[in-house]
Ligand binder design. Structure first.
Ligand code: SAH
Length: 205
């Protein structure tokens, strides 16, 4: 499917996605801002990894990345999260954006379905060390190519994890993510975290 949606229009559509109402700090429920979500999924789209393909958003939360993929012409989008209230919100957000996402409730480790592309912003592991590991392992198991956001400070760990699985990863971009004072344990009003966008080539080359 060819889509005429421009990156700016995608960002405007994603600004309407409602954030978590009652975020859970242990699961690091930080939503990806519209500007970063639009940039990331547009990049995947421009590399031929979205349009007409089956895409999964692992740890979809509000659904912002899956919605972006659907808006850019993915043939099917799966949004998986272990938090049922996040899935309710994702469903509402998808409806609001005029797209359909198949929502799956469960732990990321349980996904068995194969997809073409994964787009995800998993927990960064600031609460539970390397909480993004099962997400990367699952992406490498079920998809052909994966785009994911991580704390830039864990780059060495990420690259080692991917290369020890015999796959190739590339850091495509870096962003500054502003984490608001959502959680009591944050001392400052907001905090900038440097994040990186990782692309892993899993099948073919
Ligand atoms: N991808 C969304 C949300 C990021 S927050 C966005 O970009 O805005 C991370 C999400 O991962 C949360 O919604 C949390 O509930 C979910 N999550 C954390 N651990 C998980 C696990 N083990 N299995 C499935 N989902 C998980």
């Amino acid at each position: 499917m060819v889509t005429a949606l421009k990156k700016k229009d995608l960002e405007i559509a994603l600004q309407k996605v409602r954030p978590f109402t009652d975020p859970n700090p242990t699961d690091e429920q930080y939503p990806t801002p519209a500007s970063i979500a639009a940039d990331m999924v547009f990049l995947a789209y421009s590399q031929g990894d979205i349009a007409g393909l089956k895409v999964a958003d692992l740890g979809c939360g509000t659904g912002v990345l899956g919605i972006a993929a659907a808006l850019l012409g993915a043939s099917e989008v799966i949004g998986l999260d272990k938090d049922r209230s996040a899935l309710d919100l994702a469903e509402e957000n998808a409806k609001g954006a005029g797209v359909g996402i198949r929502l799956v409730h469960g732990d990321v480790g349980g996904l068995k379905e194969k997809v073409d592309t994964v787009v995800m912003n998993p927990p960064f592991g600031s609460q539970k060390k390397h909480a993004d590991r099962p997400f990367l392992e699952k992406a490498m198991e079920v998809s052909g190519v994966s785009y994911s956001l991580h704390n830039a400070g864990t780059q060495d760990f990420l690259l080692k994890l991917v290369s020890s699985a015999g796959k190739r990863a590339e850091v495509l971009k870096r962003y500054k993510l502003e984490i608001p004072h959502t959680f009591a344990f944050h001392k400052k009003a907001k905090q900038d975290v440097e994040v990186l966008l990782l692309r892993i080539q899993i099948r073919g080359d």
